[in-house]
Design a protein around this ligand. Structure first.
Ligand code: GLP
Length: 235
């Protein structure tokens, strides 16, 4: 696991953009994408770049159950606004939050991942160490599944909604196994609220109680973080 300390999100995005360019030069065809505030600057810099994504595929980590693509809080809407409408891919996959048959949707998305192996996966990290929506306790062998969100995650994500009651209580998420199957991974972490999760991810025990610690088992992970998020790492 490589940790790169950056001043801020602008510098972090620049570092990530260079890594992305390397992977594209090596033939990367499929990007795994994340929502949340941490990758936003990266998406901005992608849009501003001359990179052409018209031959690339994207596969997103997760989506809230119950939110449709025209709901501004859905992850599909977020991705459309932050990236897809300005830098279109050949095809972009997300779970369908309003699928009538949730089990069939889980199966469909596992098939999407089987058909489109991820070359570079972008991740943020939850305050509790979740990646995607894989909450503490999720099996490292998990594939796409429906998650019951932790109260702390609902509270953390309430900032994007008018009121906390509007935050969905479930989500579709790639599993930890799917994430570890990506050829390479970049994880962004900014701010003191992520410090504990990052210390455990980098230096702690590999345990299902801290989902991101699974990344220690992967051979190509780069963590891009600011000094606040790195503040609890032992020197
Ligand atoms: C959500 C998403 C995660 C994201 C996390 C952190 O729970 N499901 O994929 O990493 O939030 O978000 P932020 O980057 O806004 O701190």
């Amino acid at each position: 696991m490589k940790v790169i300390r950056v001043e801020n999100q602008v510098e972090g995005a620049k570092v990530a953009l260079e890594l992305l360019k390397e992977k594209l030069a090596q033939g990367a065809k499929t990007l795994g994408l994340a929502t949340g505030s941490s990758p936003i600057e990266f998406y901005k810099q992608i849009i501003a770049s001359d990179l052409d994504f018209s031959e690339l595929t994207s596969v997103n980590l997760d989506e809230y159950v119950g939110l449709s693509e025209d709901n501004p809080q859905s992850y599909r809407y977020f991705m459309n606004e932050q990236l897809f409408h300005k830098k279109p891919f050949k095809e972009s996959f997300l779970p369908n939050g309003v699928a009538e048959d949730a089990e069939a949707e889980v199966e469909r998305y596992n098939q999407v991942l089987a058909d489109h192996p991820i070359d570079l996966q972008i991740l943020g990290i939850g305050i509790n160490g979740h990646i995607g929506f894989n909450e503490p306790g999720t099996s490292f062998d998990s594939t796409v599944h429906i998650v019951d969100l932790e109260q702390s995650t609902i509270e953390a994500n309430a900032r994007f909604f008018d009121k906390i009651e509007d935050v969905p209580t479930q989500a579709f998420s790639m599993g930890i196994r799917n994430i570890l199957d990506a050829k390479s991974i970049i994880l962004f972490a900014y701010g003191a609220s992520k410090a504990q999760a990052i210390a455990g991810t980098v230096q702690g025990e590999v345990t299902e109680s801290l989902p991101a610690s699974a990344l220690q088992r992967h051979e190509d992970v780069v963590i891009i973080a600011d000094k606040e998020a790195l503040s609890l790492l032992d020197a």
